[in-house]
Design a binder for this molecule. Structure first.
Ligand code: ZN
Length: 193
């Protein structure tokens, strides 16, 4: 895979770390947790930050995905995805958007990398991707694994979408990606460069 850019949100095997999960005061925790490991009411999956080694192409680095969403950064290069000319964000969706809003776990893409993503991302090439500029978006949920505690910590559900208002589920969730809702979408057609 030499010559192919390794996207900012793609993880490496060397970034996988042990998750010393436990339950403490009725909520999922790490045995050595620090307060910054919770956000939006859920515990977030730990991961390393070496960005080197064996690429896990099909997976997403939890903390870089969240960082892109919170700071409006490009999922390919990790730099700002805001178009300096318009102040709007570039976004590629795997299918055409229907409706006024659109929930997604895929972070924005800067203008420079929209074409690259369309031609080199296998997931987008398989579908019928659409390009938009987006005026605004809001965090609405998490993609998470749910755990229970009956003597030992056991995963009960894998990769389910949980709303940020599902407060009865958040204490049992290990968040792996932030879900946002896109608003103010404007379709774009790009000329091939
Ligand atoms: Zn970029």
């Amino acid at each position: 895979m030499t010559g192919v850019r390794k996207p900012y949100i793609t993880p490496y095997a060397e970034e996988s770390v042990e998750l010393p999960l436990t339950f403490e005061r009725g909520r999922l925790s790490y045995r050595d947790a620090v307060p910054g490991e919770w956000m939006f009411g859920a515990l977030w999956a730990r991961c390393g930050a070496v960005r080197d080694g064996t690429v896990l192409w099909a997976m997403v680095h939890t903390l870089r995905q969240r960082r892109c969403m919170l700071k409006k950064l490009c999922r390919v290069c990790g730099r700002s995805a805001t178009d300096p000319a318009t102040g709007r964000l570039w976004w590629v969706t795997p299918a055409p958007v229907t409706g006024m809003t659109w929930p997604t776990v895929g972070p924005p893409i800067c203008r420079d990398h929209v074409t690259e993503a369309l031609t080199s991302c296998p997931r987008l090439r398989r579908g019928s991707p659409a390009v938009y500029t987006v005026g605004d978006y809001t965090p609405i949920g998490i993609l998470a694994n749910l755990y229970t505690h009956d003597g030992q910590v056991t995963e009960t559900r894998h990769q389910v979408a949980i709303g940020l208002d599902d407060t009865h589920l958040l204490p049992y969730a290990l968040a792996t990606q932030l879900i946002v809702s896109l608003h103010d979408l404007s379709p774009k057609t790009l000329r091939r460069r």
